[in-house]
Design a protein around this ligand. Structure first.
Ligand SMILES: O=P(O)(O)OC[C@@H](O)[C@@H](O)c1c[nH]c2ccccc12
Length: 272
């Protein structure tokens, strides 16, 4: 079984337990009771043509057993917000990424930027969880969903007031998205079988991407030059984890990333 299948299978087990402990009706009541105002990433997109950085909180991953195991989500969230993150992504998967619902809940109370629940969503119950924990957006991974499931989850997310980032890795996966009206199309350049990242793939796929949906470049971004290159071909947002989690000064790194398009032009600008 490949690692993605293992994660999905584990997610199913966790879900069964959670549903037993907290039936959907109670979860829905908890989601309604949460007072956090909605923060839309689509609004940030409309307000600026600069690169939007979705800064990720990730302690570890299947390919990296220790990215930053000691990190405190609230401290990191404050640093990301100070550095101008357009949104923050928070892994809530416990076993393979050492994330937790509490990470998201605490961050939701601490910062007012859009928050992405980053997990392996396969069931509507998880959308209600996302809402109850304070998320503004959810990730839908095309590869683990049937096209009909993807469409249903998208529709229910919208009803709940959650925006969606739908992730693909290649054109076959893009076909699964079909006409589903997603808010953001993420292209993940990490091969979830081998874990290698290849930024060239993000550029090669561009002619096939839809013009009407904003594209998010995901994984393997390790320098402002990477963002500048991807921005030039039409990406609007960048999901960056490890590069920021490994930095002693994530705010400064973030600033560099989100102004990467300007620094390349200022070098060639004539002196004023
Ligand atoms: O740490 P990186 O290389 O900057 O990658 C961030 C993000 O793209 C990656 O964590 C990711 C993208 N899609 C996912 C799906 C599940 C778990 C994790 C991911």
């Amino acid at each position: 079984m490949d690692i993605l299948s293992q994660i999905v299978s584990r997610t199913r087990d966790i879900l069964e337990t959670r549903k037993r402990e907290l039936p959907l009706a109670d979860l829905e009541a908890a989601a309604r009771a949460r007072q956090r105002p909605h923060h839309a990433l689509t609004a940030a997109l409309a307000a600026s043509t600069d690169p939007l950085v979705i800064a990720e909180f990730k302690r570890k991953s299947p390919s990296r057993p220790n990215i930053n195991m000691e990190a405190d989500p609230v401290a990191v969230a404050k640093a990301y917000a100070a550095g101008g993150a357009a949104a923050m992504s928070i892994l809530t998967e416990p076993d393979f990424f050492a994330g937790s619902p509490d990470d998201l809940r605490k961050v939701a109370d601490a910062v007012s930027i859009p928050l992405l629940r980053k997990d392996f969503v396969i069931d509507r119950y998880q959308l209600h969880e996302a809402k109850a924990w304070g998320a503004d957006l959810v990730l839908l991974i095309a590869r683990i969903l049937e096209p009909s499931q993807l469409a249903e989850l998208q529709a229910e997310a919208r009803e709940l007031g959650l925006e969606t980032l739908c992730e693909i890795h290649n054109l076959d996966e893009y076909e699964r998205v079909g006409d589903t009206p997603i808010d953001f199309l993420g292209v993940n350049c990490r091969d979830l079988k081998r874990f290698a990242t290849n930024l060239d793939q993000l550029i090669d796929i561009v002619p096939h991407l839809p013009k009407a949906t904003p594209w998010v470049a995901e994984s393997g971004i390790h320098a402002p030059e990477d963002v500048a290159r991807l921005h030039e071909v039409g990406y609007r947002a960048y999901l960056v984890g490890e590069y920021l989690m490994k930095s002693p000064d994530p705010s400064a790194r973030l600033e560099e990333l989100r102004t990467a398009n300007r620094s390349s032009t200022s070098e060639t600008a004539p002196p004023s």
